[in-house]
Design a binder for this molecule. Structure first.
Ligand code: NAP
Length: 276
């Protein structure tokens, strides 16, 4: 049997989401291996998706393999050194999902020869509607970028960042973003209930409205403000509500994303110190 070409370190939520996407895309289970310490977790993936389940220990990897780091950022300093020799024998690539762990740190752990790429997916990846940002430095070839993107494209849309420094902002917007939208959904639902709608009705109205507006914004390829003006009659109901939202929504969005960036940088600093 040939060696698996996609090797996951970690069998948690994100590994599961990506494996499900890869299998939906027709990648054979035998092309994917999962390394994790707990037998039950990785065996569950093996049963559900037909992937190869392996103990956490590093093994030699096929020359064209992609090793995907899907364990916790804090553990990267203890896990990666054992994979260094296998990756250095290369020319496989290393794709890290670890939030806040920079390319410089990855190269320090794996050595300068291993092509390293970073990515930040988000939780809608679980249903194939993820938004992933990727970053690789200039030493990574177009083919290596395409190999990494093909994996993440199985769970949604991919965008490349040219500046690694923007990864914190992208993480604060899209990585944490699904939670902001869920909070907004909850608030809209509650406001509908306050006006007398049954909760189940308010929930459906809020969900479909947010989904429909996001699809409209995406498909119309227009700035959201233009679309908003089209549905805002002078002195109408939408104008009355928008005046209230404008009292604080933009400032809150700025502060919320800034808070996520600040916290992300603080956690990255702690991870960096932990992994030294
Ligand atoms: N969840 C998200 O929304 C999200 C979004 C973007 C990026 N990420 C990133 O994705 C990564 C994984 O997150 P997650 O939410 O999937 O975490 P998770 O569910 O906690 O999974 C972590 C996995 O790491 C495994 N692990 C622990 N020690 C290991 C070792 N020595 N060798 C191999 N595997 C080991 C665990 O194994 P056992 O199962 O055997 O305990 C577990 O399967 C993190 O770096 C995170 O920053 C997550």
């Amino acid at each position: 049997m040939s060696e698996p070409r996609i090797i996951f370190i970690g069998a948690g939520n994100m590994a599961r989401a990506i494996i499900a996407g890869l299998r939906r895309r027709g990648i054979a289970g035998g092309d994917i291996a999962v390394h994790a310490p707990h037998l039950e977790r990785r065996e569950a993936l093996a049963r559900e998706f037909g992937v190869i389940s392996r103990a956490a220990e590093a093994v030699p990897v096929a020359a064209d393999a992609t090793v995907v780091y899907a364990a916790k950022p804090k553990q990267i300093g203890t896990i990666l050194p054992s994979w260094r020799a296998a990756l250095e024998a290369g020319p496989g690539i290393f794709l890290s999902l670890a939030a806040g762990v920079t390319s410089a740190s990855l190269k320090r752990l794996l050595g300068p020869k291993v092509p390293v790429l970073r990515c930040m997916p988000n939780t809608p990846a679980q249903i194939g509607a993820g938004m992933t940002t990727l970053y690789a430095d200039a030493s990574v070839t177009a083919e290596q970028r395409a190999a990494a993107e093909a994996i993440l494209a199985a769970v949604g849309r991919c965008l490349w960042l040219e500046d690694e420094g923007l990864m914190d902002a992208a993480t604060a917007l899209a990585g944490s973003g699904p939670a902001y939208v869920l909070l907004f959904l909850e608030a809209l639902e509650d406001a509908g209930v306050f006006q007398g709608l049954p909760r189940a009705t308010a929930r459906i109205l809020a969900q479909e409205t947010v989904l429909g507006a996001a699809r409209l914004a995406k498909e119309a390829q227009m700035a959201p403000s233009n679309l908003r003006h089209q549905v805002t009659s002078p002195a109408g109901t939408t104008a009355a509500a928008l005046a209230v939202w404008e009292e604080g929504l933009r400032a809150l969005a700025q502060r919320a994303v800034q808070a996520a960036v600040d916290r992300g940088r603080a956690l990255a600093q702690m991870t960096e110190e932990h992994n030294q």
